[in-house]
Write a protein that binds this ligand. Structure first.
Ligand code: BG6
Length: 288
C-alpha cells in the first residue's frame, strides 16, 4: 500500500495477530500493534508525513549524526530519505527470519547526497516481527568507498505510554550520561529507576544490553535489547518544549517516552570494505 503522499508502506503480521507498519520514507517503523490491536508506538496527531519531513513518532533512524553533534541537519538525513526495498540482501545471521515476516530496505547516497556527506555507503535495514510479536531492527552499514568514515546512529523509539507520570525506566541507574540540557556535560545517574517530572534529554553511555520501560497504568513492560549499540538516549520534551514543536500536540508529551538504542559518544569508524552491524529488539509484555 501507499500513504497519502505516495510513499510505499509495508505491513508485517505474525500468526498471533501482532502487526507492524514500515514506511520507505526514512525506513521508519510507524506502527507496532499487539495481538489485541493496541498500538505500542506513539505517533503524533500532528505528524507531517510528507517527505522530506521527519515523521514525529514510530522509530525514526538518526544517521549518520545524532542531534546537532556535527555539521549535518539535526539527527542526520536517513529519516528524511526515501529508502529502496532491498530484494537481494546479502545473507544475514538471523534466527527468527525463517517465517519471512520481515522487510529489507536499503539506503545509498545519490551524487547529490555526496555533496552533503561525501562518503559511499550502503545502509541495509531489516525490520522483522518475530513469532512472539517482538520487533527487531537489524542495521548493516558498509563502507563501499575508498576512505574511512565515521557515523553515529540512534533508533529514536517513541513508545506509547498511558501517561508519562506512570512511567519508570530501569537499567540506567548509576550510569554516566551526557546532558543535552546542560551543554552535553557529563553527569552520573544517582537515583533508582528513572521517573519523569520535567524535560529530559540525555545520552546514557555504556548502557546495558537490556533496558526496561514500565508503564504502571497500562500494566505493560517494554524490553529493549540491543547489540552493537552501547548508548541509550532518553528524551521527553515536557510541556514547554512540546508547545514549541510544531508537529507535536501540546499535551502529547504525556503519551510518549523516547528510549533509543544508539551509538553516539564514540562514533563508529569504518574503513573501506568494513561493515558494522547493530541490532535492536523490542518486546512488549504484560507487567506482573
Ligand atoms: C532527541 C534529542 O533525541 O530528539 C532532542 O536529544 C531533540 O534534543 C529530539 O529535541 C527530537 O528531535 P527532532 O529533530 O525529531 O525534533
Amino acid at each position: 500500500t501507499k500513504d497519502k503522499n505516495g510513499v510505499d508502506l509495508v505491513t508485517l503480521q505474525n500468526p498471533r495477530g501482532f502487526s507492524a507498519q514500515v514506511s520507505l520514507h526514512g525506513g521508519q517503523v510507524l506502527s507496532w500493534k499487539n495481538e489485541r490491536g493496541e498500538e505500542l508506538l506513539f505517533r503524533s496527531s500532528k505528524a507531517n508525513s510528507k517527505p522530506p519531513a521527519a515523521v514525529r513518532g514510530g522509530i525514526p533512524i538518526c544517521f549518520p549524526q545524532f542531534g546537532n553533534r556535527g555539521s549535518l541537519e539535526q539527527h542526520g538525513f536517513a529519516r528524511n530519505k526515501i529508502w529502496e526495498i532491498d530484494n537481494d540482501p546479502p545473507p544475514l545471521h538471523c534466527k527468527d527470519c525463517d517465517r519471512k515476516a520481515f522487510i529489507d530496505m536499503l539506503l545509498k547516497p545519490s551524487e547529490e547526497d555526496m555533496k552533503i556527506w561525501p562518503h559511499r555507503y550502503e545502509f541495509r535495514l531489516r525490520v522483522l516481527l518475530t513469532s512472539d510479536g517482538a520487533l527487531k531492527l537489524i542495521s548493516r552499514i558498509r563502507n563501499i568507498g575508498s576512505k574511512v568514515f565515521s557515523f553515529s546512529i540512534a533508533y529514536h523509539t517513541y513508545f506509547s505510554v498511558s501517561d508519562i507520570s506512570e512511567v519508570r525506566v530501569e537499567g540506567l541507574e548509576t550510569l554516566d550520561y551526557l546532558d543535552n540540557l546542560h551543554h552535553k556535560e557529563r553527569f552520573t545517574e544517582q537515583g533508582d529507576a528513572l521517573t519523569f517530572e520535567t524535560e529530559v534529554d540525555r545520552v546514557y553511555v555504556g548502557s546495558p544490553h537490556i533496558i526496561g520501560v514500565f508503564d504502571h497504568e497500562k500494566k505493560r513492560t517494554f524490553l529493549i535489547r540491543k547489540e552493537g549499540l552501547p548508548d541509550a538516549v532518553v528524551w521527553n520534551p515536557w510541556e514547554k518544549k512540546a508547545k514549541a514543536i510544531t508537529d507535536m500536540g501540546d499535551e502529547e508529551y504525556r503519551q510518549t517516552i523516547c528510549v533509543d538504542g544508539a551509538a553516539i559518544e564514540k562514533p563508529i569508524s569504518l574503513k573501506p570494505g568494513e561493515e558494522w552491524t547493530g541490532r535492536l529488539e523490542l518486546s512488549a509484555l504484560p507487567s506482573i
